[in-house]
Design a protein around this ligand. Structure first.
Ligand code: HEC
Length: 469
């Protein structure tokens, strides 16, 4: 193994290994330094065979990381701050790029793959590997494409986008020919790895009365099996778990996503019946709670439709999964019952590139209506979504105005009010580069134009004549 390849080996893990060397015996930091268990711990080892932490100093003796001075008066060793500008890799194009991969990509493209990400972006070797979707390109080449892809960007639209500066860092590294680090990248200069995208704080509201799980299954009592190499969009029927358990109406007070096999769950949408949107999830989405005094209407019989999107491309193993959600309900109803209104627009898309469909409906409300969330819904041709309220005096209030990708099932909290007589404008922008007219329909070759907006009070309004098809 030459030193170039060593630089590329999982840098985060290696750093931990070096620091714990004397106890853990990490195999990939076996640097021939002759350190044995029980020996004093060298804080940083720095030998020719392990130049990941090499400062570049001649002789390689300068340690990087925490340093200690021994006080000759016999007091405790005192830590000395380290000037990280001298750390290995500071200002190095690859180390800078690696910092961006850490903060913005490794939540999914980490050593543990999450959310259907097909490959890690952890080491230099990972970036030089042939891409799974197109083995004639390297992963680094596709990185250059996907960070600028407006329709299917990386990171996906559900995540915090790259800043201009981060994008510039990746572009600069790619423009330089995607070189490896000259002298390794020390931990000191790298951004810390991201928190897991599957963990979030779970604090159930104090007034939760009962909690139930709604999870993917195979119909025979086991988890769902996602075949090797597959990309699947499947509907799983789950009986309403609290049906028959009590009488009267039920409200949800909080919804927690449950991620079982983070590797393959790309996103999911929960409907009650065919199209009554309840909630959705994509990696990193935290638990949902609702404004004070608001509970979300839940069905008390029938089935939920859990629409799972699984992504197991690039994996040679089948994977099992029973992800889903946990709902806390109350039968002691909050004063405001929220439910979902399906604002609908024109989903007919003629061929010819970018098409902007604007549909307007007039609010017919018995009282003032509060919109609390916005969730646009289109299929794969949808690229941009907007939801606006046009007041009687002509002023316009924007509720949602953002790029859209069908993989991005976001629920944006909003705080807007609808009055009788307001107009609601639903804009769905599509890119249709096929030579056929795409029409409304359920399959992924068809389109939809909706905004599933949560509002209260339930049933206090209608808008227009229903579906826009
Ligand atoms: C929330 C999870 C997530 C994050 C964060 C994320 N990706 Fe991805 N990435 C995916 C998924 C899922 C796929 C596969 C589906 C696709 O190609 O859109 C993918 C695919 C890719 C591909 C295409 C691989 C191929 O073989 O076609 C590249 C390149 C890529 N990601 C780069 C990045 C970069 C660079 C970042 C950070 C700037 C990033 N990704 C952040 C989930 C993520």
């Amino acid at each position: 193994m030459n030193s170039e390849r060593l630089v590329a080996t999982r840098i985060g893990g290696l750093a931990a290994c070096v620091l714990l060397l004397a106890w853990s015996g990490c195999s990939d930091s076996n640097d021939g330094s002759g350190v044995n268990p029980g020996d004093p711990v060298p804080i940083v080892t720095n030998s020719p065979a392990n130049n990941v932490f090499n400062t570049g100093a001649a002789g390689g003796a300068a340690p990087v990381g925490t340093n200690t001075l021994t006080d000759t008066t016999g007091a405790q060793p005192m830590p000395v701050p380290v000037d990280t500008s001298m750390a290995a890799g500071a200002g190095d194009p690859f180390c800078d790029a690696l910092s961006v991969f850490r903060t913005s990509c490794q939540g999914c493209h980490g050593e543990q793959l999450v959310g259907g990400a097909p490959m890690p972006l952890v080491s230099y070797e990972d970036l030089l590997a042939p891409a799974i979707s197109d083995p004639s390109s390297t992963v680094s080449q596709l990185v250059g494409v996907r960070i600028h892809d407006t329709q299917s960007p990386m990171p996906p639209l559900s995540q915090t986008p790259l800043t201009t500066e981060q994008m510039g860092t990746l572009d600069a590294w790619l423009a330089a020919g995607a070189p490896n680090a000259v002298a390794g990248c020390s931990e000191d200069i790298l951004a810390p790895p991201p928190a897991s995208l599957t963990e979030g704080e779970v604090v159930w509201p104090a007034d939760c009365q009962e909690r139930y799980e709604i999870r993917a299954h195979d119909g025979a009592g086991g988890p769902y099996r996602v075949p090797a190499g597959a990309e699947l969009n499947i509907d799983i029927s789950v009986p309403v778990p609290w049906a028959g358990q009590g009488s009267g109406a039920v409200q949800a007070l909080a919804i927690r996503p449950i991620t079982n096999n983070a590797r393959v769950v790309h996103h999911w949408i929960l409907y009650s019946g065919l199209l009554d949107f309840v909630t959705s999830w994509s990696p990193g989405k935290p638990m949902e709670t609702f404004p004070e005094g608001v509970g979300v209407h839940m069905p008390t019989s029938g089935n939920f439709r859990l629409n799972m999107h699984y992504y197991n491309v690039g994996n040679t193993e089948a994977e099992l999964d029973d992800s889903g959600l946990e709902v806390c309900i109350t039968r002691d109803l909050k004063p405001n019952t929220a439910t979902t209104y399906m604002f609908s627009g024109n989903a007919t898309v003629p061929p010819g590139g970018r098409v902007e469909n604007v549909s307007t409906c007039t609010v017919n409300a018995s009282e003032q209506v509060h919109l609390i969330t916005s969730s646009p819904h289109m299929h794969s041709y949808g690229v941009y979504a907007k939801l606006e309220i046009v007041r009687a005096n002509g002023s316009v209030e924007v509720v949602e105005d953002a790029p859209f990708n069908w993989e991005d099932q976001h629920i944006t909290p909003v705080d807007a009010v609808l009055n009788d007589g307001d107009k609601v404008r639903v804009t769905c922008v599509y890119e249709n580069n096929t030579d056929r007219t795409i029409t409304f329909g359920d399959s992924s070759a068809d389109e939809m134009c909706f905004n599933f907006a949560r509002y209260y009070p339930m049933d206090a309004f209608t808008c227009g004549g229903g579906f826009g098809f």
